[in-house]
Design a protein around this ligand. Structure first.
Ligand code: PEP
Ligand code: CO
Length: 458
């Protein structure tokens, strides 16, 4: 167990972005109830994800992490879960084919409810109210009562997460079969040179899959298409919820966060001496750290030492998010400091959170070109530094929303109002997500030919 750690130790550390619950009695009751519920994930699964991330760390696998910015109570239904699962699987197949490496699939799902906010308050006209902090904390409606943090919402988040993970387990164990119909996915790409390129690639992938089928190789082992390992992740922001779901792994005697397979520490809550780092340093789960422009190389080294003192592979995922045009200002120094101290980490790029802008029509949006550009810069910097760009992290949905602009489907500023459904940040829609997977696949196959295979012993 980590030194001087207890699951409630975070309570005596300085914390930011946490709600001040007015009803402490109800808070204590909810925490007690949650602490008696079964965990949502199990220690064996967490260990398995760590092994998969260790492969990412060594350059043998690639990570795809994605899902909603914020899950919501209102939008929850089986179709949304299926759509997110399906689009992530589709992207994973494209990436596996091009990167010639297994792709680790990690949803931002079944727990991604609490949101850090840049502003404490939201102002509309002459009314000023506390900000919406995600459905697990308060309500999005713009009135006084809605914005009061209510502990009971944690129970609803738990129930929704349990139902979500139940469905994901069913899908990933073979309940979702039509993943082979790749050509159908690209029907949305109808015009232009780019569209043709995507269709060509999807034909090549379909051919390869057909060949595997025809040759009778389509076992569960080959390509892992029938059964997939699908993991969950979210930001460990609401520490009352995290503490209440923390459990002791009966095999190792070590604590695990029972709320999701991987939890990450946000860019606003990664103070080395703060509450969030303190909670995360004690659990066995792999831990993500968001690395934004204000993260200094020396703070990163302190964080790595605190969160992974024995320098294990597969424990730390560094998720960089600087914004297009800024990657080369920040990432090289972080990569060098990680190298200098010999830290084992997997790198991942979140090209979303540094690229949020306000559109002319007033919507929070992201331009597809900026997302694409940050990804290219990330690949180029890692290539120049001789380190492995292990994965990507997207805010995306399997639905046809209009929240980010651009891409072959050419969502314009004027289109944003049509299907702007997000509860927080703008997400890539299904066509934009697939398009990025194709673009990324293309760039990766140019920059990173597969690692030489080890000789197979007879
Ligand atoms: C997020 O991933 O939703 C988020 C808030 O990210 P960051 O901490 O990088 O701003
Ligand atoms: Co977000």
């Amino acid at each position: 167990m980590a030194q001087n750690w207890s699951k409630s130790g975070w309570r005596s550390k300085p914390s930011v972005q946490m709600p001040a619950y007015p009803d402490l009695e109800s808070l204590a009751m909810v925490e007690k109830q949650l602490s008696q519920f079964p965990p949502l994930v199990f220690a064996g699964e967490v260990r398995q994800l760590r092994q998969e991330l260790a492969r990412v760390c060594r350059g043998e696998a690639f990570l795809l992490q994605g899902g909603d910015c914020a899950e919501s109570f209102e939008e929850f239904n089986a179709d949304s879960v299926r759509d997110t699962f399906r689009i992530l699987l589709q992207m994973a197949i494209i990436l596996t084919f091009s990167a010639k490496r297994p792709v680790v699939k990690l949803g931002r799902i079944a727990g991604q409810f609490a949101k850090p906010r840049s502003a404490e308050f939201e102002i509309k006209g002459d009314k000023k109210l506390p900000s919406f902090r995600g459905d697990i904390i308060n309500e999005i409606d713009f009135n006084e009562a809605a914005r009061v943090p209510k502990p009971g919402r944690m129970l609803q988040a738990y129930t929704q997460s349990a139902a979500t993970i139940n469905l994901l387990r069913a899908f990933s164990q073979g309940g979702y079969a039509d993943i082979h119909r790749l050509h159908a996915w690209t029907l949305g790409f109808t015009e232009g040179e780019e569209a043709k390129k995507y269709q060509d690639l999807s034909c090549r992938i379909t051919d390869a899959l057909d060949f595997i089928n025809a040759a009778g190789l389509n076992s569960d082992r080959i390509g892992g298409l029938k059964r997939v390992n699908f993991y969950t992740s979210h930001e460990a922001l609401l520490l009352n919820y995290e503490e209440a779901l923390c459990r002791i792994d009966s095999t190792s005697g070590e604590p695990i966060a029972g709320s999701g397979h991987l939890v990450w520490i946000g860019d606003r809550t990664r103070q080395p001496d703060g509450a969030h780092v303190d909670f995360c340093r004690g659990v066995q789960n792999p831990i993500g750290i968001k690395c934004g422009p204000s993260l200094s190389p020396s703070d990163l080294c302190v964080l790595l030492d605190r969160l992974n003192p024995s320098n294990e592979e597969g424990k730390i995922l560094l998720i960089s998010r600087f914004g297009a045009g800024k990657v080369s200002d920040h990432l090289p120094a972080l990569i060098q400091s990680v190298k200098n101290i010999g830290a084992n980490v997997a790198w991942c790029c979140d090209p979303m959170h540094g690229n949020t802008v306000k559109s002319k029509s007033g919507f929070k949006t992201r331009r597809f070109d900026c997302v694409r550009s940050e990804l290219s810069e990330y690949l180029a910097v890692h290539n120049a530094e001789g380190s492995y760009p292990g994965g990507v992290h997207f805010e995306m949905t399997g639905k046809d929303v209009t929240e980010c602009t651009g891409g072959v489907s050419a969502v314009s500023d004027e289109n944003l109002k049509d299907r702007y459904h997000t509860f927080c940040d703008p997400r890539l829609n299904s066509t934009q997500s697939l398009e990025l997977a194709f673009l990324l696949a293309e760039e990766m196959s140019r920059l990173h030919p597969p690692a030489p295979r080890r000789a197979i012993k007879a």
